[in-house]
Design a protein around this ligand. Sequence first.
Ligand code: SF4
Length: 98
Amino acid sequence: MKTLLQTPPVRECAATACSFNANGCHAPAITVASTGDAASCATFVESPVRGGIAEVTGAVGACARSECVYNTNLACTAKSITVGPGATASDCLTYQPA
Ligand code: SF4
């Protein structure tokens, strides 16, 4: 069994209301979903609990936007992504439909 050492980092996230956001994303593996036209971050959560691992930079675990040019087999191949408000409070702004 292999584990991935490198998944696309969340370079920047402007969704500051998210519990995983403390000067950037610290969720070990976010999921990007397909809500309507948005490539929304399904890991976004508002909670009094501080989410994630402080020493870890957030990264993309899985992505349901199969039509994105960076998507291969529901995994993201972009060098990094940016997340911020769009159609939802936290969209993948790197999303590029083919
Ligand atoms: S860049 Fe494309 S493939 Fe990567 S997380 Fe965003 S929507 Fe998904």
